[in-house]
Write a protein that binds this ligand. Structure first.
Ligand code: NAD
Ligand code: TYD
Length: 354
């Protein structure tokens, strides 16, 4: 079958990538979606069983750092556009193992860019290289009501954010140097179904369910700006189709929470949905040593995206958290599946170190 477009989505068996793949496969039957993923601990095909047999979907297990393989994939599938999400994404892991982050996030992105440059023909009329990045590249804010805008200077503090910042620079350099049609977006913290339970929200839902301690770093005063993952996927769809080449868009929910306030909402919601009396799990809160270099506050100004392309978050946070907690409670088998094996050992060690 001839497809209108052949789009390579990297990292599609991870959290955000799986939502983007699902959205594109279902919404655009005339696009061929090729999901490329190495399936590290963070990637799991159980996340995409609902679409795995669709005629416009293919999965390729590969490493984005393997340049020759990437070239072959571009050629075999006649790739005309890339939406790049594959990455090492957890700050705590980056503190323990920065090399893997530099390798995957920087060298992997470079391999994808170089392959695009070699395979695509100027003037790149139907091509697009869309790189998904994070607000963490901007560094940290004080409690002063300011926001990260697209003009904020990069100031990354963790090995994770430093590697993402570096990959963003490479993407922009490929536009400046070779005219490769690139776009970069920087998004705030995502939450929702299918997030690997080492990140705050799914980890805490799972721990409350099993009556395990909830490790709050430092005083729990750090602030994050939370966006429902399907709203991020919608923004990616819009920007992929309508965004300006060489431009940057910030994506965020204008939805700031201190960690401790967010944790209290999660505890209350889980207890209510499990039928526990209010307060049952409050005593699980356990203050532990702070994360090294812990950024105090992230807050995204997404007005450019709203004004230029008309995107806004669709879900109120209360509704999003309710849906999310329900999903994890109803999908314990997914949770058991992704947390079996190596992860148990890793997590126990992380927690002992705290
Ligand atoms: P995730 O860790 O859930 O998924 C990452 C996916 O990439 C996994 O499926 C993994 O197997 C795959 N992967 C890792 N290394 C690979 C390699 N070498 N080759 C091929 N595949 C590889 O991450 P996520 O939270 O879904 O984040 C996706 C992207 O969005 C990342 O680039 C991240 O920096 C960015 N981002 C995430 C957030 C967030 O809150 N989670 C916010 C803003 C931006
Ligand atoms: P996380 O989900 O790791 O995302 P990020 O570090 O990319 O923002 O963490 C969100 C916030 O929650 C962050 O301020 C660190 C804090 N946190 C804890 O307090 N305890 C935990 O066990 C985890 C995983 C995170």
């Amino acid at each position: 079958m001839d497809f209108k477009r052949n789009i390579l989505i990297t990292g599609g068996a991870g959290f955000i990538g799986s939502h983007v793949v699902r959205l594109f496969v279902n919404k655009y039957p005339d696009y061929h979606i090729i999901n490329l993923d190495k399936l590290t601990y963070a990637g799991n095909l159980a996340t995409l069983v609902d679409i795995e047999n669709k005629p416009n979907y293919s999965f390729v297990k590969a490493d984005i750092c393997d340049f020759e393989t990437i070239l072959n994939i571009y050629s075999k599938y006649n790739i005309d556009a890339v939406i790049h999400l594959a990455a090492e994404s957890h700050v705590d892991r980056s503190i323990k193992d920065p090399f893997t982050f530099a390798q995957t996030n920087v060298m992997g992105t470079l391999a994808l860019l170089q392959a695009a440059k070699e395979m695509w023909k100027t003037p790149y009329t139907n091509n697009r290289f869309y790189h998904i990045s994070t607000d963490e590249v901007y560094g940290t804010l004080e409690f002063d009501g300011t926001f990260f805008t697209e003009e904020t200077s990069y100031d990354p503090h963790s090995p994770y954010s430093a590697s993402k910042a570096s990959s963003d620079h490479f993407v922009r350099a490929f536009y400046d140097t070779y005219g490769l049609p690139t776009i970069v977006t920087n998004c705030s913290n995502n939450y929702g179904p299918y997030q690997f339970p080492e990140k705050l929200i799914p980890l805490f839902i799972n721990n409350i369910r099993h009556y395990k301690p909830l490790p709050v770093y430092g005083k729990g005063e750090n602030v994050r700006d939370w966006l429902y993952v399907e709203d991020h996927a919608r923004a990616i769809d819009l920007i992929f189709h309508k965004g300006k080449i060489a431009d940057t868009y910030n994506i965020g929910g204008f939805n700031e929470w201190t960690n401790i306030d967010l944790i209290k909402v999660i505890i209350k919601t889980v207890d209510r949905l499990l039928g526990n009396p209010e307060g049952t799990s409050d005593s699980l809160i356990t203050y532990v040593t702070d994360r090294a270099g812990h950024d105090l506050r992230y807050a995204i100004d997404s007005n450019k995206l709203k004004n230029e392309l008309g995107w806004e978050p669709s879900l109120q946070f209360e509704e999003g958290i309710e849906k999310t907690v329900k999903w994890y409670l109803d999908n314990q088998s997914w949770m058991d599946n992704v947390t079996s094996g190596d992860y148990q050992e890793y997590y126990q060690k992380m927690y002992q170190d705290k």
